[in-house]
Write a protein that binds this ligand. Structure first.
Ligand code: SF4
Length: 502
């Protein structure tokens, strides 16, 4: 069993994924408070949970439990939550929310327990992940959230998306249910679409979860992706700096090959003179954010250029299509109605405007190009909007039209353009690259997670607070568009502020 104990002496599923050093730091530094982003994540999770609890049945007017339905809502923070869970199960409740199970080393809150016809319970977890995607070639069982406990699952054309922490939560839930003899190896996850629970074979996660529970935490920190949003960075970073740990330069497992050769510090990597990687490490040590691969840099040029950046809220929809034509920033935005006609109309307006600019350019004999930075988000929402909304309101293109645009030489991903010519010792994201070109965001320290939280405020809070969040989101999105343009102009000028990789 695990040797890592936490505040309440037990591990949760989230402790088994990612950095295990957090467990030690939590015990060593209980006084370090959670970061704002963690608190915001908690708020988003609670909002999702509240939505699911609202959708769950509280009585049965149809189905097999008609007129004879018992739902018990527990308090997971209650001192006797585990005992109350057992009592609720013993009472034969059809739905139990906020059930809690635990063993000597672990504890789990199960968002919903659903009693089956045979008396076993199906654990259901609410996740802020996208847990399944539509797939005409795949089949899964799913049940409407509003039918949990009163209906049966149906086959749907979708494929599961794997999220380890959701799987581990279900494993711990099955462990708890097994101890009272009401378990199955099936669980369910409700993702960003709160209306549907997808059934999951929990056994696929069991061996890995057991291994994770049994493995001891590491003896020292190593910089990984999560460090960027971890409250213990303030204590881990000095530890890493003190030993010049190579993970400060190459995070996660990117330095494994060098560690196997006995190279554990950045200075050792520099001194080893291993070619390009040692030269990049030297630049990193000197604080140089971007290097040129070649003397001359360039970027595509058109008579009419539009920079585009999309903002979406989880998987629920795209609420903002920002555009910048080199002079004006024009946002197409809605603050409510994601997934419905309002989003469809907003997308239709954006598309009509973009196509009108393209057609006008053509009429005037001008060339036209639209740019984004790292196109996966924009491409996803362009295609998803076409699939969801074509035919719902006039002006929404069909999927083929969008695919033709994405494949055309009028849609350019500036990240792809940049990475063929530049090297970023700390990465080549827009946030790293644009400052090297001289561009700075008005909203400092505002990143992806902040925009999620700001949208929640912008779409649900009282007027003044909502207005401030909307202003913040428009400023952030507008600057993302302007930053993309700035990188392009800088590359055309030769990116002289980036030294050539020697
Ligand atoms: S800062 Fe990084 S290494 Fe330290 S506990 Fe957090 S995630 Fe782990």
């Amino acid at each position: 069993m695990s040797v890592c104990k936490r505040r309440d002496e037990r591990l949760e599923a989230s402790d088994l994924v990612g950095c295990r050093y957090r467990c030690l730091q939590r015990r060593r530094f209980p006084e370090i408070p959670p970061l704002e982003t963690s608190l915001q994540r908690r708020v988003r999770r609670e909002a999702g949970l509240a939505e699911v609890f609202r959708l769950l049945p509280s009585s049965a007017t149809s189905g097999r439990k008609r007129g004879n339905f018992l739902r018990i809502d527990l308090d997971p923070q209650a001192e006797l939550a585990e005992f109350e869970t057992l009592e609720a199960i013993a009472s034969g409740a059809d739905l139990i929310t906020n059930a809690v199970f635990g063993g000597a080393d672990w504890v789990v809150t199960v968002d919903v327990l659903v009693r089956g016809a045979d008396g076993d319970y199906l654990p259901v977890m609410v996740s802020n992940h996208r847990v399944a995607r539509p797939d005409p070639h795949a089949q899964m069982l799913a049940i409407a959230t509003s039918r949990l406990g009163i209906g049966e699952p149906l086959q749907v054309a979708a494929a599961l998306r794997h999220h380890t922490v959701d799987g581990y939560r279900l494993c711990l839930a099955v462990r708890g249910l097994a101890e009272v003899g009401v378990d199955t190896q099936v669980g369910a996850v409700i993702g960003q679409d709160r209306n549907r629970a997808y059934l999951v074979d929990v056994s696929r996660y069991a061996a890995a979860a057991e291994r994770a529970l049994a493995s001891p935490p590491p003896a020292a920190p190593r910089r990984v992706k999560e460090c960027a949003s971890c409250r213990f960075w303030v204590v881990c970073e000095p530890e890493l700096r003190a030993v010049d740990d190579i993970s400060l330069f190459l995070s996660g497992d990117r330095a494994d090959a060098y560690r196997r050769r006995g190279i554990t510090t950045t200075q050792q990597l520099i001194d080893a003179s291993l070619g390009e990687i040692s030269r990049i490490a030297t630049a990193w040590r000197a604080g140089i954010p971007v290097l040129r691969r070649q003397e001359r840099t360039t970027a595509p040029r058109f008579d009419v250029e539009i920079d585009i950046d999309v903002e979406a809220y989880l998987d629920l929809g795209a609420y903002l299509w920002g555009t910048y034509d080199g002079g004006d920033y024009l946002p197409f935005v809605i603050w409510e109605g994601l997934g419905g006609r309002a989003e469809a109309q907003n997308f239709a307006d954006f598309w009509a405007w973009l196509m009108a600019r393209r057609d006008a350019a053509r009429r005037h004999g001008q060339t036209f190009g639209a740019f984004c930075y790292a196109s996966s988000g924009e491409n996803h929402w362009l295609l998803s909007s076409a699939r969801r909304f074509h035919g719902m309101v006039p002006g929404v293109p069909d999927e083929q039209q969008v695919r033709a645009f994405i494949a055309s030489d009028q849609w350019i991903d500036m990240f792809k353009v940049a990475r063929t010519q530049l090297i970023g010792p700390g990465g080549l994201g827009l946030k790293q690259l644009a400052p090297a070109s001289g561009f700075h965001w008005a909203e400092k320290d505002f990143a992806g997670e902040d925009s999620l939280h700001a949208y929640l405020i912008a779409s649900t809070s009282q007027a003044a607070e909502a207005e401030a969040a909307r202003g913040q989101l428009l400023s952030y999105n507008g600057d993302d568009c302007r930053a993309t343009a700035a990188v392009r102009y800088w590359l055309r000028r030769g990116a002289a502020s980036a030294p050539v990789l020697g």
